[in-house]
Design a protein around this ligand. Structure first.
Ligand code: SF4
Length: 356
């Protein structure tokens, strides 16, 4: 099997789902690193990687989805629930600017009172006030829920947000895109087909989106493979419109599911499999948010990009620790032999030019 895989990778050919499974289960760390690095070099200069600083603004923790792996949400009208005012959101953007950050990502819960119009007005305000900042506005999951609350189709919701100047609705909130997993842990959130229907409409409206995955719950290898197989097919269908794939790891504290965190080695091995299998993604991003400096080792396993997060309550309530010693994280990349370059946020225009 390894010979076949090496041959395919050497000839810029795709590997199959079975090959991906074999790699994860049987390949040595060295072989995974070498193969992932080979695929990485189709897209990127060897021994170079890029980064930017971002903040994830959790504008509300009120949510009705009740995912059992979530440590962040509060049901409506329960103690501890909040919805940030526009001024509170702006204060958080100011804090990021003071640190030199360039990207703000919004991520909140399924708030039953937040219609698309509410989001559109908030986004119009922050665009006007911060013209030089890039915004990831909502995740696909929040977008889907708000469209339902607003009684709008995904196409209508996407058109309204586009009119508000929204450029990105990211592929966050996807965890494991496999229906068995969804029914087990988050049956009220969405079905996989519905998720991709929504993301398709976001792209068709002229906005950008991204791909994400979270591992380390109780998902099987088969469920992980279904996630990346469906994703690769969608990316083909969309003519490579998603610029990046980010994988992070589940934090098991303060929620109903609980469990243990996976080791960094498993994370690195899975990220390498993703780099090799997802041959239609330019960027594979590693997660400093959930792995701290350990995430940088993934640059040797096919990753080429990462962000330095300044805050994210969703993962912090589940046990993530964010270090403000950004230099120490960057020094780890240099120690591993990589030249790290600060980059601008990805331009969404590239996706529009792709013809989606
Ligand atoms: S993961 Fe998101 S959708 Fe699920 S309960 Fe938490 S906030 Fe709600």
């Amino acid at each position: 099997m390894l010979t076949d895989i090496r041959q395919r990778v050497g000839q810029n050919q795709r590997i199959t789902r079975e090959m991906a499974a074999w790699l994860f289960e049987h390949a040595s760390d060295e072989d995974l690193s070498a193969l992932a690095t080979q695929v990485r070099q189709r897209f990127h200069t060897p021994n170079e990687a890029t980064w930017l600083m971002m903040s994830i603004i959790n504008y509300t923790n009120v949510c009705v989805a009740r995912c059992d792996y979530c440590s962040f949400y509060r049901l409506p009208k329960k103690p501890g629930g909040y919805l940030l005012s526009t001024e509170q959101v702006c204060a958080k953007i100011d804090a990021l600017l003071a640190l030199g950050g360039t990207l703000v990502s919004f991520n909140g819960g399924f708030h039953p009172k937040l219609k698309i119009e509410h989001y559109a007005e908030l986004f119009e305000t922050v665009h006007a006030r911060y013209p030089d900042i890039a915004f990831f506005e909502m995740t696909v999951a929040e977008f889907m829920y708000s469209c339902k609350v607003s009684r709008m189709s995904y196409a209508e919701g996407a058109a309204r947000l586009r009119l508000a100047g929204t450029e990105w609705i990211t592929g966050g909130g996807s965890e494991i895109l496999e229906d068995g997993f969804r029914k087990r842990h988050s049956p009220l959130k969405y079905s996989v087909e519905d998720y991709y229907d929504a993301q398709r409409e976001i792209l068709r409206a002229g906005m950008g989106s991204t791909a994400t995955m979270v591992i380390g719950f109780d998902e099987t290898l088969d469920e992980r493979l279904t996630h990346i197989e469906r994703l690769r097919t969608f990316q083909d269908e969309m003519d490579g419109a998603l610029p990046s794939f980010l994988c992070w790891t589940y934090k098991p504290y303060n929620n109903d599911l609980g469990g243990e965190e996976i080791e960094n080695e498993e994370y690195l091995r899975w990220l390498a499999v993703c780099r090799i299998y997802l041959d239609n993604f330019v960027h594979i991003r590693t997660s400093v948010l959930t792995r701290n400096e350990g995430a940088l080792v993934a640059l040797r396993y096919g990753a080429d990009d990462f962000d330095l997060p300044t805050e994210d309550e969703v993962t912090q309530t589940a046990g993530a620790t964010i270090s403000e010693d950004f230099d120490a994280v960057l020094a780890e990349g240099s120690r591993l032999g990589f030249l790290l370059r600060h980059r601008d946020p990805f331009p969404v225009r590239l996706q529009r030019e792709s013809g989606v």
